[in-house]
Design a protein around this ligand. Sequence first.
Ligand code: WT7
Length: 636
Amino acid sequence: MKQTNKRELTDVLACSQKVYKPSKKLIKQANVQDYEKTLKSATKNPEKFWEEAARELKWFKPWDKILDKSKKPFFKWFTGAKINLAYNALDRHIETETKDKIAILWEDETGRTREYTYLQLYYEVNKLVNALRDAGIKKGDRVAIYMPNIPETAMAMLACLKIGAMHSVVYAGYSAGALAERIKDARAKILFTADGSFRRGKIIDLKTIVDNAVKKCKSIKKVVVVKNNKQAIKFNKKRDVWYHDFVKGKSTEAKCAKMNSEDPAFVLYTSGTTSKPKGVVHVHGGYAVGVLRTIKWVFDLHGDEIFWCTADPGWITGHSYIIYGPLLAGVTTLMYEGVPDMPKPDKIWKIIEKYKVNVLYTAPTLIRAMMRYGKEWPQKHKMPSLKILGSVGEPINPEAWEWYYKYVGKSRCPIMDTWWQTETGMNMITPLPCAPLKAGSACKPFPGIIADVVDKNGKPVPVGKGGYLIIKNQWPSMIRTIFNNPKRYIKTYWSQIKGAYFAGDVAFKDKDGYFWIQGRTDDVLKIAGHRIGTAEVESAFVKHKTVVEAGVIGVPDAIKGEVIKAFIILKQKIKPTDLLKQKLKMHVRHTLGPMAVIKDIAFVDKLPKTRSGKIMRRVLKAKELGLPTGDTSALV
Ligand code: WT7
């Protein structure tokens, strides 16, 4: 049988026999030393667990109630309390010795470097806070950020939060259309960008993309441009301002807004089952609590670590584990703006050695790409500083897990396979360094999280049987709503299984209670760990003048996990040529952005549909993979 994206029980059971036990030395120095005991006590009283976690932060006013369920599913945490996420990530450290520690280390693929201590970062952020306030930004306003992985991205995010404005970071790989759609939905007033960035030696002209996007966005009054690449750009004097001019002469002290715990901190758009992206809303209080507790426990941070998360700030992984998590924990975060295999395939390992990285948090797709170059590249590097490894974004196949463990971690560093989502804000199902590991399993829920695998009626399924992954209780960094669309929030997450959060993934549990995540249940694709809705891709196709209808599926790919195959019905009289295929691929890339990788296009006369006219993507997929179309239950 051909490979499907879904992992079958038989494939993984063989691996699950082998248990990787943590070393005594590692346990001895860990923040959490007794795995089962910690889980048990947190499960008994999750609210107490999170209340204890909350005490690590600085609150301007304490809470009246830990968890308010009175308006479910609009749950509220730490009600009555006052706090600011940015204050906790930055200002709080200025009163301690942490102020002289490096907060951000930055390097790009051309070899430029920069670093900021917490105190320096604090001054930079304050200047920007004052500039934004002078530009009229107030509590509750939205600011869009379309930037490379550079320190100014972190500064812009923190500055918004200090004012109490919400940021909306849009991944700088998105197209002008996708950026415009997100700006419009959030009605953002200011947009941060850069002249450009470098990728594999090529200049990415961000400013031109921004110019095209902003044409359609009336809400944007100002575009703040970081001079990063120094290439020539068009400058609209009325609207655009250089970042360095924007902050020039501003005071390095700025007041921090005292926010309600439940005030929104940011919105982050993610793909769903319709063509319209969802604006996931996170808040100041609970998000800070969840992110700080998970980063400290999962990656065993004590304060002096160099933490490298290879994601982009434009995704939730970047929000929680490049910016807020490391800064809340007072450690050093490494931002690398570049690809891991240039100029040579060991660039990534070289950076780890150069900066003495203690924690590497990356994605299975990157590991698989590195595997392809061969083990000799990591073998050239000892990387003695590495302590913990992390994986995120999609299921990690046991082969990649073992390679990562052996050749990167030198059989010394445990791998934290962290399952979570944009909506969860923090790691949800994950081992801790003291837990016994199984290659390819995300282990058990984080302390305080109660998860299960159930059938469509909410009944737990037997061991080894696939079902829907749900979270049965609430957690502080959970999504609060979908921006401008509370109904969609209820429908997507709280209407499938009664009383539980519906994750949209399928999984099974093994006899030890370990979770094995299999993939999405819905029409969401995972291309190199990036989430893309099939409906978004289809709607991009039908925008092309030659296309009548499109059906899109994900097909397995050795490196990216999944890539897109499209079935297209052309308008009458349009010739189905290879050149047209090429044009359509470029059109989708242009409409959505380069992560929408179309591997293949097939021109067809009709698409399989339900009676109500919905395209049956499962049937397309079964046919493509050579599976019986009658039984499509095996497909995700
Ligand atoms: C979806 C969420 C928040 C992480 C970055 C992606 C898949 C994520 C794992 C993992 C198996 C995983 C799920 C999930 N996923 N981590 N460790 N093992 N699957 O965030 O774009 O919101 O996507 O990514 O399918 O639902 P996202």
